[in-house]
Write a protein that binds this ligand. Structure first.
Ligand SMILES: *Cc1c(COP(=O)(O)O)cnc(C)c1O
Length: 548
């Protein structure tokens, strides 16, 4: 008691002291001055708080940006940089999408419509024939996940039956509405969702991710969070950063272990704060193909009451089925307590045509924020579940038909074949001198790097042999994403053989510099001023729509 009394006395004394000090400061000043200074200090504190804690970009990022901006404004260096930039951009624009000799762009409507047979002929001889990479023969990493004459002709017919369906009006098109509900329900089922599990279909993985982020943003707003933060490992798909950009959220990145490529969980825990609106974990991650620690992240989510999104765009239609077939993989779905949503691409290993993905939630409360509802529009009361307004029922019908046609047995067979093929290629790569594998891949993706030579050279060498890989950076790598086409007899063996030859050739002179596109990739990775790289990439996007 005595101790408390002393404490109390001292507090009063300090209070008195502070009061005297402030009064002394204000002595001789007019009331308006005191008010102005107070308001000024408040505004500055508020501004500082926003700059430090609520800004989209970190302090260091912003400092870097302004530094390079200043550099590029300098008289001599700035002009030189600008010239080089324009030159490279022009080169990208002109070389990116060459037309076959003698071909030109149509930039006007034909005066009279083209007859059917002529049009089909035109499509085949002038457009479809432009494809140079033999993706049906399995020369492509990822990108197309299913093909074959039988599936193609089935899809044609299903699409044809529902070609007019517009799911903005589900009452008019009850059949495709039922199909969409069934696709979502089937996914909830194989992801071990409870009776409350629900979801929607979307146009792709990106939209599924955008929607989950938006749903959690609205949830955070409801809880009084003004600048919701997404916490994602650096291995998370770019769509999460895109969502942060679109929806004015803050994107906070967590490092992954340099060797295992798994999330640094203590780092994730340290970054959690009252603004955190969701945690992200991938199954598997796009850059490395490892299934991240869903259980550990879900535990954090549960402890701090933060939603956990599992990005299973890649593995959603593989992992549950490989497990059912007896393969030993870690849990990644609603069976893990704490997981609140999952994205899975039906247009990847769901084997459906492009434009099909799903996002599922533990219950309707989590999904709610995804919906858009406008009760006051003069065009009528308006509501849409995801980004699109008008949505194609035909695309959804192709997804439904694919899932029904493939069935549990089909997905199991495909999952096992995909994983076994990846294992086979991985074992071969690990034996090849000069090559290394990032982390310990679990599913379909194999990220190949080298400590001995510039790995982008391998990418170029494989391109010369007709293979199309995709490249990753930080660290540089060439990724092989196994699809159904690679599981056909001889395809993976052919890849391994070409990989061996290319690597052996490069190893004859491992220190040789990269050339062509490989050099551009290397340069792009090493330029510290990312705004410059962004300008090149802008050239690429502009070239996409170029008709000259
Ligand atoms: C493909 C993919 C996405 C994005 O999907 P899109 O269909 O390309 O929009 C997101 N996350 C992962 C892990 C993916 O593999």
């Amino acid at each position: 008691m005595e101790y408390l009394d002393v404490w109390w006395e001292m507090s009063l004394l300090y209070l008195q002291h502070t009061r005297d000090a402030i009064n002394a400061q204000c002595e001789g000043r007019e009331a308006w001055q005191i008010i102005m200074v107070t308001v000024g200090v408040m505004i500055i504190c508020n501004w500082l708080y926003h700059q430090l804690f609520l800004h989209e970009l970190g302090l260091f990022e912003r400092f870097k940006l302004s530094f390079f901006r200043m550099l590029r404004r300098l008289p001599v260096i700035g002009t030189k940089i600008k010239e080089e930039l324009e030159k490279t951009k022009a080169a990208i624009t002109s070389d990116m999408f060459p037309l076959p000799d003698g071909d030109v762009y149509n930039t006007r409507l034909p005066e009279t419509g083209i007859p059917k047979d002529e049009l089909l002929n035109l499509v085949k001889t002038k457009y479809k024939s432009m494809e140079k990479i033999d993706w049906k023969g399995g020369r492509l990493s990822g990108a197309v996940y299913n093909c074959g004459a039988e599936h193609e002709s089935l899809m044609e017919r299903i699409y044809g039956i529902f070609v007019g369906d517009n799911l903005l009006h589900p009452d008019v098109f009850p059949g495709t509405r039922k199909m969409e509900a069934e696709v979502v329900a089937m996914c909830c089922n194989f992801f071990h969702g409870g009776p409350d599990a629900c979801g929607t279909m979307t146009s792709g993985g990106t939209e599924s991710i955008l929607m989950a982020c938006k749903a959690y943003r609205e949830r955070a707003y409801k809880h009084g969070i003004k600048t919701p933060q997404i916490l994602a490992p650096i291995s998370g798909h770019a769509a999460f950063a895109k969502a942060a950009k679109y929806f004015k959220m803050r994107y906070v990145e967590i490092p992954v272990d340099p060797v295992t490529k798994l999330i640094n969980i203590p780092a994730m825990r340290r970054k959690i704060n009252k603004n955190t609106c969701m945690l992200v974990v991938s199954a598997p991650s796009f850059p490395y193909g490892v299934i991240e620690q869903v259980e550990e992240v879900a535990k954090l989510g549960k402890y701090y009451n933060i939603p956990v999104h599992v990005d299973a765009c890649m593995g959603g239609f593989i992992i549950p089925f490989a497990k059912k077939a007896g393969m030993d993989l870690p849990p990644m779905d609603f069976a893990v307590d704490g997981v609140t949503s999952i994205s899975a691409d039906a247009h990847k290993y769901g084997l459906a045509p492009k434009g099909n993905s799903i996002v599922v939630y533990k219950n309707a409360d989590y999904r709610m924020g995804q919906f858009y509802i406008n009760t006051d529009w003069c065009g009528g009361v308006y509501a849409s579940p995801a980004v699109g307004g008008t949505r194609s029922g035909a695309i959804i019908a192709t997804c439904w038909a694919t899932m029904m046609y493939v069935g549990l047995d089909g997905y199991q067979e495909n999952a096992v074949k995909i994983i076994k093929t990846r294992q086979y290629v991985e074992e071969c790569v690990r034996k090849m001198p000069g090559l290394t594998v990032q982390g310990k891949p679990d599913v379909n993706i194999l990220s190949i790097s080298s400590n001995t030579f510039d790995i982008y050279r391998l990418g170029s060498a494989l391109t010369k042999k007709g293979w199309h890989m995709f490249t990753v950076q930080y660290p540089a790598g060439v990724n092989f994403c196994v699809t159904k086409m690679h599981t056909l007899p001889g395809v993976a063996e052919g890849f391994v053989k070409d990989l061996e030859e290319c690597t052996a050739e490069i190893m004859k002179d491992p220190k040789a510099p990269a050339e062509g596109i490989a050099a551009i990739y290397g340069m792009a990775e090493s330029i510290p001023d990312r705004s410059m790289v962004a300008e090149f990439v802008q050239g690429y996007l502009e070239a996409y729509y170029s008709t000259i």
